[in-house]
Design a protein around this ligand. Structure first.
Ligand code: 5GP
Length: 190
């Protein structure tokens, strides 16, 4: 998606260690709603034929993007909650996710009542890096007996292993901007 690539080139900032792309000025702190709208529309174009019944994301950065996409698909948006609690209620599906950017491990959870075996779930997130977040969400959907129709990712860091690994498992992963490399000279897209 040219619009997103151009925005990343213009306003993205690469953290000193070269591992993290900061997109705080338009994607996940201050939000460019017009850009979110184009992203939501593009996810709809890509997955329109999949008979999506629900969108699943993870708090916090995925929620806004998922909501806009949800308007196009006209389906509810569900987000996995992050919790450090070990006391997990019986009424939830959980998965353990290691956060790439924060280096913490979270138990993420979704209430069982909101995911049904007949659901066809589109997973949406802002970034795909090592794939831990996506793995956790896929695990939750499958535990519910529902179908994962695919994952819509805004920015895939293709130099990390998540995308390749998850596609190899047969999950359709569509990323709107795929970064081949990033460093002092800026960002190079696939
Ligand atoms: P993964 O679980 O695939 O390793 O990482 C995905 C999650 O980590 C995303 O939900 C995102 O919030 C965060 N993340 C991973 N890499 C980056 C990055 O380069 N920049 C930002 N802003 N977040 C990232």
């Amino acid at each position: 998606m040219k619009l997103l690539e151009e925005r990343i080139r213009r306003d993205g900032k690469i953290r000193e260690d070269g591992a993290v792309l900061k997109v705080d000025s338009f994607l996940n702190h201050q939000i460019d709603v017009g850009l979110y709208n184009e992203i939501g529309k593009e996810f709809f174009r890509l997955f329109a034929d999949e008979r999506v019944t629900k969108i699943l994301t993870i708090e916090a950065s995925g929620i806004g993007i998922a909501c806009i996409a949800g308007q196009y698909f006209d389906v509810p948006v569900l987000f996995a909650k992050k919790s450090k609690s070990k006391n997990i209620d019986g009424g939830v599906y959980t998965a353990r996710v290691e956060s790439f950017t924060h280096g913490k491990v979270y138990d993420v959870m979704v209430a069982k009542e909101f995911l049904r075996p007949e659901d066809r779930v589109l997973i949406i997130d802002d970034f795909l890096a090592n794939g831990a977040a996506l793995d956790g969400l896929i695990q939750i959907v499958r535990e519910a007996g529902a179908a994962v129709v695919g994952a819509g990712i805004c920015i895939e860091k293709a130099f990390q292993s998540g995308g390749e690994r998850i596609r190899a498992k047969g999950v359709r992963v569509e990323a709107l901007a795929r970064i081949k490399s990033m460093g002092e000279d800026g960002v190079e897209f696939c």
